[in-house]
Design a protein around this ligand. Structure first.
Ligand code: UD1
Length: 422
């Protein structure tokens, strides 16, 4: 199993290119199930989760060809309408095949994802929405067995989800584009990745208004055609690098970024003392280092508020900032597993219910730590970059799920970080 060894203390300087967004690429790959024509995607990040999604689509019969960051998909010979447990258990986003499969083929069988490290994460809202569109759904032996009504086609519906769900909104949007009549998604998630998916679907011939707001209106069409699309830049990867530079100190320009998708993160970093400039597709951050940063509190919530996927990285910065900060997690019930690991590096964090109280310390010291989930791993990397001595991070397969060559990108701007393969 690979490990990362980070030697702290280096300032970061130079330029980096942001990769395509994982959370946009995954639903967008699933959109290829909605047409028999060819879908050509560019800026697809090379990540473990993307490889898993391609494997799943391939199992279903989608022809998928990958050339660097370009992926060409053709779903004219789909024969296996199932997402098996072996794949779904390794990646919850596999649930995103349910809506498109059901909409185009009138049936689907998808393993229930089950809980995961950061919380229970049920998919009841995906099911409730599809049922409102006429689907008959049974849960049997750990699988969701779904069928369209007798007509073979889902019908439009007004769906109000109990909570804001990102993949739920995406699944229902993909189901609605081929349903008969109008679907209205109320309380829809507003994450920019939903706008990116809608952009591709519209190119494919879908009729969607309001993606990016909490009310999405979709007029179903009979079929969709192929299209080309470039995946949007990854705002979480961008934010992770911004936190890293804020903590280590330095001067870095992030290229191919979308600053307008990071308002909450940029505001908090400025409040902490980082100097940030933005242009249409770049962000420059200058920082004197964490010892000159002020502790700033955050509360995670749905977009456009502070993203839960940036919580661990921001906490890593707070560990070495001046003063006390509070990090409140409102989206997932168990997303503080990195706290114990950060404390092993010398941080002073206490958990009080949904809030972590972080007392900034002058220095962290390197130790062996374990990655527990994707974004927690990124928080550990940031801590390793500021800790004295070596930090060895085990189980970095979590990191590889969602960051493209993180150690290479960080090395290129001066970090001392290397991968050790066991
Ligand atoms: C997506 C992102 C993930 C991010 C999360 C929150 C992808 C592939 N993943 O995950 O990186 O951390 O949004 O921004 O885009 N819930 C239910 N029932 C449902 C659906 C959700 O109770 O049917 C709950 C969840 O348990 C959670 C909350 O709603 O507490 C939000 O989850 P959701 O937005 O669905 O997260 P994901 O789409 O799984």
């Amino acid at each position: 199993m690979d490990k990362l060894i980070v030697t702290g203390g280096a300032r970061l300087r130079g330029e980096l290119e942001v990769s395509g967004a994982k959370n946009s690429a995954l639903p967008i790959l699933c959109a290829s199930l909605l047409t028999a024509d060819t879908v050509v995607l560019s800026n697809v990040p090379r990540l473990h989760d993307v490889a898993t999604m391609l494997k799943l689509l391939w199992r279903m019969g989608v022809e998928a060809e990958r050339d660097g960051h370009k992926v060409t998909l053709r779903g004219d010979r789909i024969s296996f309408l199932e997402a098996p447990y072996e794949l779904v258990k390794t990646m919850r986003a596999s649930i995103l095949v349910l809506g498109p499969m059901l909409a185009r083929f009138g049936q689907a069988r998808v393993s229930l994802p089950g809980g995961c490290a950061i919380g229970q994460r049920p998919v009841d809202q995906h099911i409730k929405g599809l049922q409102a569109m006429g689907a008959e759904i049974e849960i049997e032996q750990g699988y969701i067995n779904a069928r369209a009504p007798k007509s073979g086609r889902l019908h439009g519906a007004r769906i109000v989800t109990d909570m804001v769900t990102v993949t739920g909104t995406e699944n229902l949007m993909m189901a609605a584009v081929l349903a008969e009549g109008e679907t209205i998604l109320e309380n829809a998630a507003r994450e920019p990745e939903i706008g990116d998916l809608a952009e591709l679907l519209i190119k494919m011939g879908a009729k969607i208004v309001g993606a990016g707001t909490d009310r999405i209106v979709i007029q179903g069409v009979e079929s969709l055609r192929g299209a080309e699309h470039a995946v949007m830049p990854d705002r979480i990867e961008t934010g992770t690098f911004l936190c890293a530079v804020a903590a280590t100190g330095g001067d870095v320009v992030l290229r191919a970024a979308r600053p307008e998708t990071l308002d909450a993160v940029i505001d908090k970093l400025r409040e902490a003392g980082a100097d940030i400039d933005t242009g249409p597709d770049w962000i420059q951050i200058r920082s004197a280092g964490a010892e000159h940063m002020k502790a700033v509190s955050i509360r995670t919530a749905e977009y456009p508020a502070f993203p839960t996927d940036m919580q661990a990285q921001f906490m890593a910065l707070g560990c070495v900032s001046e003063g006390t900060s509070r990090v409140t997690e409102t989206i997932f019930e168990n997303r503080f597993m990195h706290v114990q690991e950060l404390n092993r590096l010398g941080a002073n964090i206490e958990i009080e219910g949904k809030t972590a109280v972080i007392q900034g310390v002058p220095r962290l010291s390197g130790a062996a730590v374990m990655a527990t989930d994707l974004r927690a791993s990124a928080g550990l990397v940031i801590s390793g970059l500021v800790a004295e001595g070596d930090t060895t991070i085990d189980r970095i397969y979590h990191l590889d799920r969602g960051y493209e060559q993180m150690e290479k990108k960080l090395s290129a701007i001066g970090a001392k970080i290397r991968r050790a393969s066991a």
